[in-house]
Design a protein around this ligand. Structure first.
Ligand SMILES: NC(=O)c1ccc[n+]([C@@H]2O[C@H](COP(=O)([O-])OP(=O)(O)OC[C@H]3O[C@@H](n4cnc5c(N)ncnc54)[C@H](OP(=O)(O)O)[C@@H]3O)[C@@H](O)[C@H]2O)c1
Length: 311
């Protein structure tokens, strides 16, 4: 089976080589080094932000494997996807990476590191009283692979944790909320709100003025889902008005974040360059190789994306 690999230039060869090692019986070719005639023979695509031409030219795909957990990139305007199974990566290593990011983001504001970094620069010796974890109410938006691991780590660390999902989910030690009815009571108990949702038509722009108004005064917002979950102007307004105490952001509407963007200098924003949970190559190639073999043998792979739901 011929498989095309289209990934960002700096990692594409590593993925191609890793996949070739994990599945030496399959034939991996890098996009765009695919001649026109050869594109017809390609039966699977392994992609991260692949250009629309790939789907237009490789017309006999039987499967698309995404090199990550989020698949919103496939449903972007201009992309015409074939009606084939879409496989994403569901990896406990990645989930734990995300969980540690969320914990670190909470601690940054909870333990006042945000102020201490500034105080150190100014040589100021001033103590802040921080709230103990059992008194800190955290809400996790999305209880999928990322959200569940994060909620679990937060429970283990003694936080008062709630989760919000589309359908009701039960997790030990986590107060569950679901759907539209669960949204207002969930927000009302979030001193820290961590967005780990997939980006869909329903979740786009969810972190906006109406959501911030429902949070307790002085809440902290963490966004490690996708940039388009957040209405950037609403966040700036809420921070500047003191409605929110701070924000930790890993994902942005435009990435890389443009140098002139107001987030860079904002005293109440900690930002990271989309690193909360980078796909793990070692485990990723094993999962993708297994999915490709299943498709080659006529089976149905695991970790499929539901097109109707959009995640
Ligand atoms: N920053 C990073 O480095 C990074 C890395 C990996 C992933 N991510 C982001 O994290 C997202 C989540 O990944 P995952 O693997 O945890 O996804 P997942 O396993 O598909 O879980 C998605 C969760 O979101 C919930 N959800 C979806 N739409 C909803 C809605 N309209 N209202 C309420 N809840 C909704 C789902 O509810 P149900 O349980 O009811 O289905 C599910 O609990 C990815 O899509 C990606 O955008 C970011």
């Amino acid at each position: 089976m011929q498989v095309v690999v289209s990934a960002p230039a700096e990692v594409s060869e590593r993925w191609r080589d890793g996949l070739a090692q994990a599945a030496p019986e399959l034939d991996f070719v890098l996009w765009p080094e695919v001649a026109d005639g050869d594109a017809e023979a390609i039966e699977a695509a392994v992609v991260w932000n692949a250009p629309p031409e790939l789907y237009a030219r490789c017309r006999h795909l039987k499967c698309i494997c995404v090199l990550g957990a989020g698949t919103d990139q496939l449903f972007a305007p201009g992309i015409e996807l074939p009606e084939v199974p879409i496989v994403r990566i569901v990896d406990p290593v990645m989930a734990l990476r995300m969980a540690s990011y969320v914990l670190a983001a909470i601690l940054h504001f909870q333990r006042d590191f945000h102020d201490y970094v500034r105080q150190q620069r100014e040589r100021v010796w001033r103590k802040h009283r921080s709230r103990d974890s059992h008194r800190v109410r955290v809400g996790v938006m999305g209880l999928g692979a990322m959200g569940r691991a994060s909620a679990k780590l937060l429970v283990t660390n003694g936080y008062d944790v709630a989760g919000w999902s589309r359908s009701p989910r039960r997790l030990p030690g986590v107060e569950g909320f679901a759907g539209e009815d669960g949204w207002p009571p969930f927000l009302a108990r979030c001193d820290y709100l961590a967005c780990l949702l997939p980006l869909t038509a329903e979740t786009r722009g969810l972190l906006g003025v109406e959501t911030f108004a429902r949070l307790p005064e002085g809440a902290v917002v963490i966004n490690a889902g996708r940039g388009a979950h957040l209405v950037e102007a609403d966040l700036l307004a809420a921070l500047d008005a003191g409605r929110l105490r701070g924000a930790v952001l890993d994902v942005f509407e435009t990435e890389p974040l443009p140098p002139e963007h107001p987030f860079w200098d904002h005293p109440r924003i900690l930002l990271t360059p989309h690193v909360a949970s980078i796909t793990n190559l070692e485990t990723g190639v094993v999962q993708i190789a297994a999915a490709l073999r299943t498709v080659r043998d006529g089976g149905v792979p695991v970790n499929l994306v539901d097109r109707a739901r959009g995640y």
